[in-house]
Design a binder for this molecule. Structure first.
Ligand SMILES: [Cu+2]
Length: 148
């Protein structure tokens, strides 16, 4: 009797681990990336994109990087009582709750590339995003200028 029960629970455990295995393969989806510069020779730029987390677990964006920038940070935009807008580095990373969508967008959270050195005529840039669970992911983002 005891042996049979153990076998049953072993089978159940295997069943669960198979389900967990497919859940681990669940992937976050990155769309609409864009690097925005005020003008072509600007030395800093804001990075926007949409992050979908369809997975049952929380994900966290912990770093942004580019080989064409001296320094890259995640920023949050804040406005004080006097209407002064400032950008504050997000040191703890950006949480993306399970089954949710997060947008990095103008006036909100964004990536910031500083000390940019774009070769002339460059119209796209490779950006590396590092996630706590999914690890590093590189994507190619179009470059947009507010003024020519
Ligand atoms: Cu910023």
């Amino acid at each position: 009797m005891i042996t049979a029960a153990r076998q049953t629970s072993l089978v159940t455990c295997l069943g669960i681990s198979i389900i967990t295995g497919s859940a681990t393969a669940c992937e976050i989806v990155l769309t609409e990336p864009v690097l925005q510069l005020a003008y072509p020779a600007a030395k800093s730029a804001a990075f926007y994109l949409q992050i979908d987390n369809p997975c049952p677990g929380e994900e966290r964006l912990i770093a942004i990087d580019s080989t064409l920038a001296m320094m890259s940070e995640l920023h949050e935009t804040r406005e004080n009582d006097q209407g002064v807008v400032s950008m504050i580095p997000i040191k703890s990373g950006l949480e993306i709750p399970p089954e949710s969508t997060m947008r990095l967008e103008p006036g909100g959270r964004h990536g910031m590339l500083m000390g940019l050195n774009l070769p002339a005529g460059t119209d796209t840039i490779d950006i590396e995003l590092t996630f706590e669970t999914s690890g590093p992911m590189t994507l190619n983002a179009p470059i947009r200028f507010l003024r020519k």
